[in-house]
Design a protein around this ligand. Structure first.
Ligand code: NAG
Length: 171
């Protein structure tokens, strides 16, 4: 066998791996519970407004990620995002937390009283008294071969934010 044939065979094998896993459903149920939200109004040196809203979220999260992992999955990049509407934007999206789960690591997520990792910052006052802030968990699948889709977990939570600053709201 010529060297080029070896390459062709290897490429075909890799492509085969990709095809058999590319269309697999990689959603799993996700359970998100928010226990506390605290809201502050802080100086904003970046925008035209003088003060902006900053939210602090404490949440529980559970999901069994095992069904996502097959032989073509190297790692998952999980992230929790918040979506909400304000007067100036129909859709705002902010990433609050993320985590990498490697193949072979514990695939049962069971987080309690976890704090958001990144600032939940609105460049205005769109968080205070917002009636509908939606949190959801999504993941990028990092494969051994090919490209796999971005997946939104099935499970999200929508909640109203506090009416006033510096007050902690429990849910
Ligand atoms: C809350 O927002 C989400 C997405 O941002 C939307 O799907 C949902 O319908 C909204 N719920 C209400 C009660 O407006």
């Amino acid at each position: 066998m010529f060297l080029t044939d070896v390459y062709v065979v290897m490429a075909a094998l890799t492509f085969g791996c990709f095809v058999t896993t590319a269309f697999k459903d990689r959603r799993v149920p996700v359970d998100i519970h928010v226990s506390r939200v605290m809201l502050k109004n802080v100086d904003d040196f970046t925008g035209p407004r003088e003060r902006s809203d900053l939210g602090f979220i404490t949440f529980d999260l559970s999901a069994d990620l095992q069904p996502i992992f097959d032989w073509n999955v190297k790692q998952l990049f999980l992230y929790m995002s918040a979506e909400y509407a304000t007067k100036s934007n129909a859709l705002n999206q902010v990433v609050l937390w993320d985590k990498i789960v490697l193949r072979g690591e514990n695939t049962k997520l069971n987080l309690r009283d976890t704090k958001s990792k990144y600032f939940f910052f609105d460049d205005g006052n769109g968080l205070r008294a917002n009636k509908n802030i939606t949190l959801s968990l999504s993941w990028n699948v990092v494969p051994n071969a090919g490209i796999l889709p971005l997946v939104a977990g099935s499970g999200h939570i929508s909640l109203p934010f506090p009416e006033s600053y510096e007050a902690t709201r429990s849910y």
